[in-house]
Design a protein around this ligand. Structure first.
Ligand SMILES: Nc1ncnc2c1ncn2[C@@H]1O[C@H](COP(=O)(O)OP(=O)(O)OP(=O)(O)O)[C@@H](O)[C@H]1O
Ligand SMILES: [Mg+2]
Length: 439
């Protein structure tokens, strides 16, 4: 894993940032100003850069421009002083990935770093061997060139956001900002300001002017993620923005022309939502000029093994483990699973298995819960999110029952095949309310 470069002239800030980064599990290298940062870059490849704006010798903006000249796609998070929105805008124009305004909480910093690192990982590769997906990527490339709105739809975890980033990267806007807004995560009453910005004093709590994501993504691309969650009132405003290509900041006196390409994703059936009165039909037609359907993983069996192998290698490197691949039995087990949480669920399952495995090949038992040594339980909680956990539980249940059937209910034999204790099998059967006579 490459380290993160921190550039700040304030030594206390430097140390605090370094500590926060290390706590997230990344290495950090520090530099005192832009010039120092460039020198460090000459010797070490970095995963991302976090830089202050106001610094002696070489300020953040000059540094950013120089970084962009050297490495096109290295993510840069800029830290700007309180109330200097213009600086942030300038930095975004020069290709910063995101910005943080002082003072900020460490939670906020962590969230920004994590989302940048994730986006970068996602940007690297789209793995597929499925004809439908290959065709989809072809269409995505064709449609990328224009400025049409694209609606990417499919079940959750199928890779919709990945495809959206792909469209941006294949477009003429690729060196300009890509900004994703998760409509499901923003409270309704804040969404308008989040999208279109507001003027100072336009409502209680608007202590400063704020630019919306549409403006920040100017010349680039905005992704309206989970657009089905957008409140009706705002849908009307969005429709107007798409038609007129201009926005109104809340409390603003003039409309502002924008040149932002709009991509949207949804895991809902928007036609049905429209029929039920939850989504504007006119907005649906405006958005789905180009609809792209991402098929679920269970319809892409060839992708299960490709992705599983890819995730084994990815997490093995990331977690510094030996694992190189999967046993045939484990692979067969993965292929037979339903993957209702799709690729996200598969990714979580493999992540967890790599964490647990002690052998070069991941086996079926590494996908089992409850065989965790004590000290790994903390990792278990962070790795398997709820959805992932439910999926694994189901897989586990199927596996245990099927194995027992294969050995005519002999728990000792089943335990041996699965590499777990007989006690685990008994506990599991209790949990399922299944009775197999004791052997
Ligand atoms: N073809 C692929 N190759 C490699 N990784 C993939 C692929 N498709 C999805 N992923 C990974 O799976 C995870 C889920 O993908 P993504 O967030 O794009 O899905 P989504 O459809 O937007 O999901 P949600 O509906 O939950 O928001 C991400 O970590 C992504 O990097
Ligand atoms: Mg998504």
């Amino acid at each position: 894993m490459k380290p993160i470069l921190v550039v700040d002239d304030d030594s206390q800030m430097r140390d605090a940032l370094k500590e926060a980064i290390q706590r997230l599990g990344y290495e950090a290298t520090v530099a005192e100003n832009g010039q120092d940062g460039l020198n460090k870059m000459a010797n070490t490849p970095f995963a991302m850069i976090i830089t202050d704006m106001k610094m002696p010798k070489m300020d953040g903006l000059t540094f950013l421009k120089e970084v962009r000249r050297r490495v096109g796609n290295l993510p840069v998070l800029v830290i700007t002083g309180y109330g200097t929105v213009e600086n942030a805008v300038e930095a975004m124009k020069e290709g910063a990935s995101d910005y943080l305004m002082k003072p900020f909480s460490f939670d906020k910093l962590n969230a920004k770093i994590s989302s940048i690192m994730e986006a970068m990982a996602a940007d690297r590769e789209i793995i597929t061997g499925n004809p439908k997906m290959v065709r989809l990527l072809q269409i995505a490339r064709d449609v990328a060139a224009g400025d049409t709105t694209v609606l990417i739809y499919g079940e959750s975890g199928t890779g919709k956001e990945l495809i959206a980033r792909y469209v941006h990267r294949q477009s003429l806007r690729k060196s300009k900002p890509f900004i994703a807004v998760n409509c499901a995560a923003i409270p309704d009453n804040l969404m308008e300001s989040e999208l279109f910005g507001h003027e100072k004093g336009s409502f209680t709590g608007a202590t400063d002017k704020k630019l919306g994501k549409f403006e920040l993504a100017n010349e680039g691309t905005i992704l309206l993620d989970e657009i089905g969650e957008m409140p009706m009132g705002l849908q009307a405003k969005l429709l107007r923005v798409l038609q007129e290509r201009e926005i109104d900041r809340i409390g603003g006196k003039h409309t502002i022309p924008i040149d932002t390409r709009v991509l949207a994703t949804t895991n809902r059936d928007l036609i049905k939502e429209a029929a039920a009165g939850n989504f504007r039909e006119d907005l649906y037609y405006r958005l789905s000029v180009f609809p792209l359907h991402v098929p679920p993983l269970r319809e892409r069996p060839e992708d299960i093994s490709l992705l599983a192998d890819y995730f084994v290698r990815k997490f093995s490197t990331l977690l510094n483990k030996e694992a190189k691949g999967l046993t045939d039995v484990a692979l067969d087990f993965l292929i037979r699973n339903q993957w209702r949480g799709n690729i996200r669920e598969l990714e979580n399952a493999v992540h967890r298995a790599v964490l647990l495995s002690r052998n070069p090949l991941i086996d079926v038992s590494d996908f089992m819960l409850d065989e965790l040594p004590q000290q790994q339980s903390a990792a278990k909680i962070t790795v398997s999110q709820d959805a992932g956990k439910r999926g694994i539980k189901e897989m586990e249940r199927d596996l245990i029952l099927k194995t027992l059937e294969d050995v005519s209910g002999n728990k000792t034999k089943a335990a041996k095949i699965l590499g777990v204790s007989v006690r685990t099998i008994r506990n599991k059967l209790n949990e399922y309310g299944k009775i197999f006579p004791d052997d």
